[in-house]
Ligand binder design. Structure first.
Ligand SMILES: C[S@@+](CC[C@H](N)C(=O)[O-])C[C@H]1O[C@@H](n2cnc3c(N)ncnc32)[C@H](O)[C@@H]1O
Length: 279
């Protein structure tokens, strides 16, 4: 039996342990990307074989958090793909302004840059006080960083450029203070934020959402898991609510395709269609 086949068996057992012992379901993640991340975990943890991870995971609960962190891809930015935020301002915000209160969910929020970007946009549009922003991720460490909202100053120049391109009305510097060499996001942005772990593979809906952002998450999922997550979003959105997915993601050829229509041709923003009689 060649080593690749043996490794596939080890990975199958590892994923089984993750599911049966801790309820984390990685079985439907796209194969190649999961293997790359497991390989990276071996290097970081100085293991030779995947099977060495298994007893640690079974008997040392604290290792779980590290493994989940290693298996997650946490790359993110403030105002990532700025044209999405311009499209939001133009096409979605006017509609959100007609509601007395709005709920927004950032699913797969990583270290939080995306939810702080949204909070800034809502402030500038006069909507922040009537909004609640839910920021969730599978990775507990990412959620903790998101809660802190502290970012390296090395990243701020790029984030400021993105903010300007996104139609920002002020200067990004108006929204953070510098402390100990870090940009600390303003407390007023956090006031209406709720942070929590949530697994799109196993957990359930967040009801009555007006807007859901889930960008650069579905790309790592198998078609089955992608359909599960999209169905969750469909059931979480109010009628006419908006779903935003990543630049390289789309609802085409998924089971929910018929339930959504594009907000604009360019951006990956979708309205949940209003079906008479349905929720
Ligand atoms: C590449 S980041 C995207 C961050 C942000 N949405 C953006 O576009 O900049 C992907 C995030 O999805 C999270 N993730 C992966 N699988 C998940 C799952 N099953 N449930 C919830 N979050 C998940 C990862 O932990 C990671 O933080």
């Amino acid at each position: 039996m060649d080593n690749d086949v043996v490794q596939d068996i080890e990975i199958e057992i590892l994923l089984d342990v993750l599911l049966k012992r801790y309820g984390y379901d990685f079985r439907n993640y796209a194969d190649a990307s999961l293997k790359r991340r497991i390989q990276r975990c071996l290097t970081v943890c100085k293991f030779q074989y995947v099977s060495e991870i298994i007893p640690k995971l079974l008997y040392e609960g604290f290792f779980l958090e590290q493994l989940i962190h290693e298996l997650s891809v946490s790359v993110t930015e403030m105002f990532r793909n700025p044209s999405v935020y311009r499209a939001l301002r133009k096409h979605v915000i006017p509609d959100l302004k007609t509601y007395p209160f709005i709920n927004i969910w950032h699913a797969g929020c990583s270290t939080g840059e995306e939810v702080y970007s949204m909070a800034i946009l809502l402030k500038e549009e006069g909507l922040y006080d009537n909004a609640r922003l839910y920021a969730t991720d599978l990775d507990e460490r990412a959620v903790q960083s998101a809660k802190q909202g502290m970012y390296s100053l090395d990243l701020i120049e790029e984030y400021s450029n993105n903010y300007q391109k996104a139609g920002g009305r002020n200067s990004l510097a108006d929204y953070y203070q510098i402390k100990d060499g870090m940009a600390v996001m303003d407390g007023s942005l956090k006031k209406n934020m709720v942070f929590s772990t949530h697994n799109l593979a196993t957990d359930s809906v967040f009801a009555d959402m007006n807007l859901i952002f889930c960008r650069n998450v579905l790309i790592y999922f198998s078609p089955e898991l992608k359909n599960r997550a999209l169905n969750l979003f469909k059931n979480s959105l109010v009628r006419g609510g908006v779903l935003c997915v990543g630049k390289q993601e789309s609802l085409e050829f998924t089971k929910v395709e018929e339930s959504f229509s594009r907000v604009t041709n360019r951006e990956k923003l979708y309205y949940k269609k209003v079906v008479p009689g349905a929720k």
